[in-house]
Ligand binder design. Structure first.
Ligand code: CA
Length: 236
């Protein structure tokens, strides 16, 4: 009897338990019967919504910058591709609108370690809090002059160097066909694009496709392939 009473009490306590609706934690219900008969099996149901990317960050539609919406998010940055016909690609990011830029990658395609987290102590990412802006920028040193200028999320919205696309799960993917035999990166990127041409990511991820050489207005040129640097940002 004691055990039965305990089970009934527990079941009642958990019935329609609703988790507090903070943005950064799962919300929903754990549904159990009012009472459980002695010797019968308990039917427990879950109806839990895990917050996705739009609940925890805002991504600027024009420049791709990120504004963190909740406290205590762990941000992990990976470079998934860096593909230029010549020269190194540089990848940097910063935390805060006036933060200092941190270089997390300099090299060519063969230097990419796609699974390695590149930011934070011991490559474990870092914690970011609400009302914090995150920016990314890339450049290449294989060409001189303005072709080698930074392509960045903190540029003026009319800048011809704003040559990037930020996508979340389900977005229509940009055309990332590689230029001049840069097929490896394109193949790698294909992992993030489904057969309908939509981006496939985790629900708390953002992927950036950067073009390092072309300008805005040159999107129809073959070199404008948006795969010169591909950056994946994961939040936990
Ligand atoms: Ca290119």
């Amino acid at each position: 009897m004691k055990i039965k009473s305990y089970i009934t009490l527990l079941a009642t306590a958990l019935f329609s338990l609703t988790v507090a609706a903070n943005d950064e934690i799962p919300t929903g219900k754990l549904i159990v019967p009012d009472s459980v008969g002695w010797g019968s099996k308990t039917q427990v149901e879950w109806d839990i919504d895990y917050p996705d990317i739009s609940d925890i960050v805002d991504i600027d539609e024009e420049d791709g910058s990120i504004e963190i919406s909740v406290d205590g998010l762990r941000m992990m940055i990976r470079v998934k591709a860096a593909e230029m016909t010549r020269g190194d690609i540089y990848v940097e990011y910063r935390v805060g609108a006036n933060g200092s830029w941190q270089r997390i990658f300099q090299g060519v395609s063969s230097d990419v370690q796609p699974e390695k987290v590149l930011n934070g102590p011991n490559s474990t990412g870092e914690v970011v809090n609400s009302n914090t802006r995150i920016d990314f920028r890339i450049k290449q040193d294989g060409y001189t002059g303005s072709r080698a200028n930074w392509r960045a999320t903190n540029l003026d919205k009319n800048s011809k160097y704003l040559t990037l696309v930020a996508c979340i799960d389900g977005d229509e993917a940009p055309d990332v066909t590689g230029h001049s035999g840069q097929g490896d990166a394109a193949d790698f990127i294909k992992k993030f694009i489904d057969e309908d041409g939509n981006v496939t990511l985790g629900r708390r991820e953002v992927i950036y496709f950067f073009e390092a050489y072309g300008y805005i207005g040159e999107e129809n040129n073959s070199y404008y392939d948006l795969q010169d640097a591909v950056i994946l940002v994961t939040f936990e």
